[in-house]
Design a protein around this ligand. Sequence first.
Ligand code: AFP
Ligand code: FBP
Length: 333
Amino acid sequence: MSSNNLITLHRWLLSDTHKNMENKLEMANLFSGIALACKITNNAIKRAGFESNFGLAGITNVHSEDVKKLDVIANDAFKMALKSTREVFCMVSEEEDSIIPVSQSQAGNYVVAFDPLDGSSNLDCNVSVGSIFSIWSKVSKDGHNYSNEDVLRKGRDMTAAGYALYGSATMLVLTFGQGVYGFTLDNHIGEFVLTHVEMRIRTKGSIYSINEGNSIYWDKGTQEYVKAIKSGADGRAPYSSRYIGSMVSDIHRTLLYGGIFMYPGDTKSPNGKLRYLYEVAPLSFIMEQAAGKATNGSSPCLDMVPKSIHERVPVFMGSPACIEELLTYQKKF
Ligand code: AFP
Ligand code: FBP
């Protein structure tokens, strides 16, 4: 990229790229909060070894998972940065049991669900992790009082979604429902800079990504599909296997290289592991906007409405041809 073509996230948000974007100024402000939270989180991860911030915080979260010190730092960063924008009505975090209120003096019009640090069990060995977020307009007309109606939302009604990937480079990838754009953090100037314009997934791919340690528990459709793609059935070359165990990293690779990511329901975990509001729904929105597909095995993930804020759902997402083939196996078995 030449230096005379440097487009920062903030300038891009205020540009004419999204002629139809509603409430452009509110969104630009909200995203300045998200970018700030991602920069704080990025910095905390990169400095964790020097500041004794690897390891456990000594508590468990709503999912009975051990909370890491960096989970707490990232969660606090997101809450603080989002509230400070004064655009947020209420929030849901992977790390907190209940809806997070915003005081009346700071409250705005948007509901944000986020996983502040996804893949945190990989942190202590320096594997890439991420943050994920989804944004809806609030529903309640009732002044400051939020209700479940504001947060138990259909994915397809989202205003915007995205993720940050803290990898060999730190990126922010987002959509407002008008394509997918990627920004890379330039550490020298502390800005996210546009590097990936209108990201699109390949129609077909040859990489599959799933925790094969769960294969004895999978349903027959998933077992037979994985058997076919890795054994070179139907004259194709066998697919390569890649599984990081950090959803943002696995999805980012799938977006860029093509293929399929799967976290099915199984006999051990009937709804799989991944949570709808802040993992499956936002990444499905990104995937569809990049011309990919995301399904729970029978219908598009974006058409689901969760019944509780931490609801888990099975998910298969990636290149459209891969998802279509997977669905034929799901129907057959
Ligand atoms: P952690 O944040 O506890 O590491 O969980 C991350 C995650 O929810 C998601 O990012 C991965 O896709 C998934 O777990 C990997 O989990 P398995 O160990 O069950 O494959
Ligand atoms: P690249 O540098 O070409 O990605 O190769 C990496 C590597 O040599 C190892 O890091 C990794 O363990 C291995 O390839 C994975 O390769 P495979 O495709 O055989 O699973």
